[in-house]
Write a new protein. Structure first.
Length: 551
């Protein structure tokens, strides 16, 4: 056997610096791969589990000695600290353990749609970290305990709770969303709710609450009506309320307040007479209403027989209360009256883009010259950019189409109809959902996986751009001709791009700009979602064309 030789003449108990550095890197990497949640987080979750009388099968995943970051319903950050406990609809029974407050990094707690009872622990509401608590649709029956008088403004921003409304709610000064809906609560509404100066959304619907409170309605503040059999009214000092039919409205820009009742709406539409119908959607009808002061509004009356009405109503209210932009349809407010659901918007004098391109008998599309069509595309793209990139959380619209692009008297465009929209939480790229949308606008990948993505919206918006360029419907009616997207691809492959353009637009000297938009539109409708541009890239493209036109 050959002796083992060393290159060092003299052995040393010290490693060379490069070797030591490499060992340190490997050690750090190994630690990050094998790290686990803290013992405090693990024991706190296990105590919560033990205090449940029915754990909904969590015990199979929540095992002592294992990494709780890998447990069902638990999310951790990079430091292996528990940030989210998401256990909605798990058939959980029992009490909510105060031990959850020992999760010092917990940001969001969702225990909604279970069978939990008792009170919501004071420790959770006064936590120094948590910003969202959703314990709605349970059987909680205890009120919140009093917070210490020295408690500063809490970080809690969202509280969705099935419990008695305690005056201590007024201590949560940075609360943004407060939801007590569908809990059969009774009694007086605490005056302290008026102290929630950061509140943007307040749901009190489907209860038996009485009383009034003083509340300064600003741009996004709104509240909801009680059940129709309520003997008292929920009333804000900034508007009037009928004893039978109150309609809670948002303010209309620049601090202007609205005084409106359900009776006003009935009178303005002649009890929702069909002569006032200006639109028809998958979930209801849209009516035009002229108020006594001469102003006009649009009212969407949701179909009470649709099983998804409640979801569509909530989605629209949530999206439009969070997202306010110059190119999103102005949302005034809503009304809940028994089984009736109404959504109220600004009236758009020029209807929808679909009306002008496809549904008028006076050759209306010929009145849409290229600068007007470009203006419409730019406005819609900016509205879509806002919900995709600026609004937090981001919003997937899921039903972008020409009939959901509304036009005011100056042909300024607005993205409308958020009834199918879904919120995209931070660090997520999609939401799992059912297959919905409108034929001709649905991305091809939606048929393979039931997920909604921002890239899916981009496909639909690409179809709208093609409609603007060609004047054609996405899917022909009573015709054997090819659908719009494959037809455009075929024509481009044959070098017939000019023939794709609407005949009323050809020969106007704007063909170069139109072909640039055509290229962007075709990128949007690429079958591969990863090859589609972001909405910001499309906005940049359209704005550059506007600059070209001005020069």
């Amino acid at each position: 056997m050959q002796p083992l030789h060393s290159s060092y003449k003299k052995h040393s108990n010290k490693l060379p610096i490069p070797v030591l550095g490499l060992a340190l890197v490997l050690l750090i990497n190994f630690a990050s791969l094998t790290g686990s949640c803290t013992e405090q987080d693990r024991s706190s979750l296990l105590k919560f589990l033990r205090e449940l009388s029915q754990d909904g099968g969590l015990a199979a995943s929540w095992q002592d000695g294992t990494d709780c970051c890998k447990w069902d319903g638990i999310t951790c950050n990079q430091d292996k600290t528990v940030t989210d406990v998401s256990l909605a609809s798990r058939s959980l029974q029992g009490h909510i353990s105060p031990s959850l407050n020992n999760l010092t990094g917990l940001l969001r707690l969702n225990l909604s749609h279970n069978l939990l009872s008792g009170a919501l622990p004071q420790e959770l509401v006064s936590s120094s970290s948590i910003i969202v608590i959703d314990v709605s649709f349970n059987s909680l029956n205890g009120g919140l305990n009093e917070l210490p008088s020295s408690t500063p403004a809490r970080p809690l921003q969202v509280l969705n709770i099935s419990s008695a409304i305690s005056p201590i709610i007024g201590h949560l000064e940075v609360l943004v969303v407060l939801d007590f809906s569908f809990n059969n609560l009774s009694g007086q509404i605490p005056q302290s709710i008026g102290n929630l100066t950061s509140l943007q959304v307040l749901h009190l619907s489907n209860n038996r609450l009485t009383g009034c409170f003083f509340f300064s309605l600003r741009s996004k503040h709104f509240i909801t009506k009680n059940r129709s059999d309520n003997n008292g009214d929920v009333e804000a000092a900034s508007f009037n309320s009928d004893s039978e039919h109150s309609l809670i409205m948002m303010t209309r820009g620049k601090g202007e307040e609205i005084n409106l009742t359900f009776t006003d709406i009935v009178n303005a539409t002649n009890n929702f007479d069909k002569k006032h119908i200006i639109g028809c959607g998958g979930y209801g009808l849209v009516y035009k209403a002229e108020l006594p002061d001469g102003s006009k509004i649009a009212i969407k009356k949701l179909n009470s027989e649709m099983c998804l009405m409640g979801r569509e109503f909530s989605a629209e209210v949530d999206a439009l209360s969070m997202a306010q932009h110059a190119n999103l349809v102005p949302f005034w407010g809503y009304c809940i009256q028994g089984n009736l659901r109404l959504l109220i918007y600004s009236f758009m004098e020029n209807g929808s883009l679909d009306d002008w391109l496809h549904n008028r008998d006076d050759d209306a599309s010929s009145f849409l010259d290229w600068p007007t069509r470009l203006k419409i595309a730019q406005g819609a793209s900016r509205g879509l950019h806002y919900i995709h990139d600026v609004c937090k959380p981001h919003i997937v619209h899921r039903d972008i189409k020409s009939s959901n692009i509304l036009l005011d008297k100056e042909f300024k465009s607005y993205v409308a109809d958020f009834g199918l929209s879904r919120l995209v939480l931070p660090n997520k790229t999609h939401v799992t959902t059912e297959l919905v949308g409108t034929l001709g606008y649905i991305p091809p990948e939606y048929g393979q996986a039931w997920v909604a993505t921002l890239r899916g919206d981009m496909y639909s918006f690409g179809v709208v751009l093609l409609e603007l360029l060609t004047g054609r419907r996405p899917v022909p009616i009573l015709s054997t001709s090819e659908e719009l997207v494959p037809w455009v691809h075929t024509m481009r492959s044959q070098g017939k791009q000019i023939e794709v353009l609407d005949p009323t637009l050809r020969g106007t000297g704007c063909e170069e700009q139109m072909l640039k938009v055509l290229e962007s539109a075709c990128s949007c409708v690429d079958r591969n979602p990863l090859k589609r541009p972001t909405i910001m890239e499309v906005v940049t493209c359209l704005d550059s064309i506007d600059a070209d036109l001005k020069t």
